[in-house]
Design a protein around this ligand. Structure first.
Ligand code: NAD
Length: 242
């Protein structure tokens, strides 16, 4: 029987790498996108050609609204794993963060992923083992100046992981978060080369992480070799902020 995972944010940089890695591992995938249909469609086409025995299904939803979350859940049939790799950041002082932006950060990172999960949990409970993984952030653990609201929503994701892991352990649903440090994606587009270099000097491994670094860790979690790990926030950060 095909094993299906939902990758939320598969059209994004980290989500795209996760989708490719999970396809390589033999998963069939629901590939979620919001904007960027062309990119998501070409990923689906590429994976279908490479892995014809597996299924790759595109699902669109805006996590800015509850209807989007509900529509996404209604398109999912069989499911063994969910990886939440969507989201956006906002860089600025708290007093310069518009209320509408705060609301959006909360909805996209917390409220609607949790709503999706609530709707999908009966499907996850049907399996011998299932996995829920959030791509959180080290800022959710340490906090970051000028990203205070983003840090707050990432911290909320991490707190949820710890709580929900306890709630569904009985059903063999494992719930964890991977908390990246600096990963080389357009989410860090606000940094110029000089600023990036200054950050690399702070990071013991002296570089930004690659999207594949995150995808490899996701692959390990979902491989069945980490089935005694739940409720954990695993930092992937080159030794930065430990
Ligand atoms: N890049 C980093 O350095 C870094 C570090 C720590 C954590 N993260 C987290 O990793 C995740 C992926 O980041 P990325 O760097 O790949 O970013 P990205 O911008 O490349 O991808 C973000 C994805 O989120 C989706 N998305 C954004 N708004 C949405 C909405 N309203 N509804 C539905 N989907 C929406 C986009 O469509 C896209 O697929 C995010 O949760 C981010 O917070 C990134």
């Amino acid at each position: 029987m095909k094993k299906f995972a939902l990758v939320v944010g598969a059209s994004g940089a980290i989500g795209n790498a996760i989708a490719k890695r999970l396809a390589f591992d033999g998963w069939s995938l629901y590939l979620h996108f919001n904007g960027g249909r062309a990119k998501a469609a070409s990923l689906t086409e590429e994976l279908t050609k490479l892995f014809p025995e597996q299924e790759f299904l595109l699902v669109q939803a805006d996590f800015g609204s509850e209807e989007g979350a509900e529509r996404l859940a209604s398109q999912i049939y069989s499911l063994k794993a969910v990886v939440f790799a969507g989201g956006h950041s906002f860089y600025g002082m708290l007093e310069d963060t518009p209320a509408i932006e705060m609301d959006k950060l909360w909805r996209v990172h917390v409220q609607n992923p949790l709503r999706v999960l609530a709707l999908l949990s009966p499907k996850l409970r049907k399996n011998d083992w299932s996995h829920v993984l959030f791509i959180g952030s080290i800022w959710g653990e340490t906090g970051a100046a000028f990203e205070s609201v983003y840090s707050a929503v990432k911290g909320a994701q991490h707190a949820f992981v710890k709580a929900y892991a306890k709630e569904v352990a009985y059903n063999h649903i494992l719930v964890n978060a991977i908390a990246p440090g600096l990963i080389d994606t357009s989410m860090n587009g606000h940094l110029n080369d000089e600023e990036k270099q200054a950050l690399y000097e702070e990071i013991p491994l002296a570089r930004a992480g690659k999207v594949e670094d995150v995808a490899n860790l996701v692959s390990f979690y979902l491989s069945g070799q980490a089935n005694y790990v739940t409720g954990q926030i695993i930092r992937i950060n080159g030794g930065w902020y430990i």
